[in-house]
Design a binder for this molecule. Structure first.
Ligand SMILES: [Zn+2]
Ligand SMILES: [Zn+2]
Length: 133
């Protein structure tokens, strides 16, 4: 599978049986539908869990289908994500997965994920975009 941002072939990183597609070129991560919930809470989120507030058409294409992804934010999130309109999954730029995990933390599972992601992606992931309003 190729990165929707820079078109490099992505690597699969496995975490507790969840396959994250990671681009070494730009540091982004693709999550298939359900994987964000699995990652943070141990249960897949419902398809409507990928609904974005104020979504607008984006320029990047879903790596799973030819459609262009929508750009927007999850409710109560500061992170702008790309989501396939056919709900194949979502794309997170470098650092955004950590930010999202931090926002949705509040349980030991999410805390463990944040720690693991820090180790996995190294210091680069600390350069998260501060977009707090
Ligand atoms: Zn990339
Ligand atoms: Zn798609």
């Amino acid at each position: 599978m190729h990165c929707p941002a820079c078109n490099q072939a992505m690597l699969i990183l496995e975490y507790k049986g969840i396959e994250l597609d990671h681009c070494q070129g730009c540091g982004g991560v693709w999550l298939d539908a359900g994987e964000l919930g699995l990652l943070l809470h141990g249960v897949p989120e419902a398809p409507e869990g990928l609904a974005l507030a104020g979504a607008r058409p984006g320029a990047r294409r879903c790596p799973r289908c030819p459609r262009k992804m929508d750009v927007g934010r999850f409710p109560a999130s500061t992170v702008e994500v790309d989501v396939c309109p056919a709900r194949h999954g979502l794309w997170l730029d470098r650092g955004e997965l950590l930010t999202l995990a931090g926002e949705r933390a509040g349980g030991p599972a999410a805390d463990a994920v944040v720690r693991h992601l820090r180790e996995l992606f190294g210091e680069e992931q600390n350069q998260t975009k501060e977009k707090k309003t």
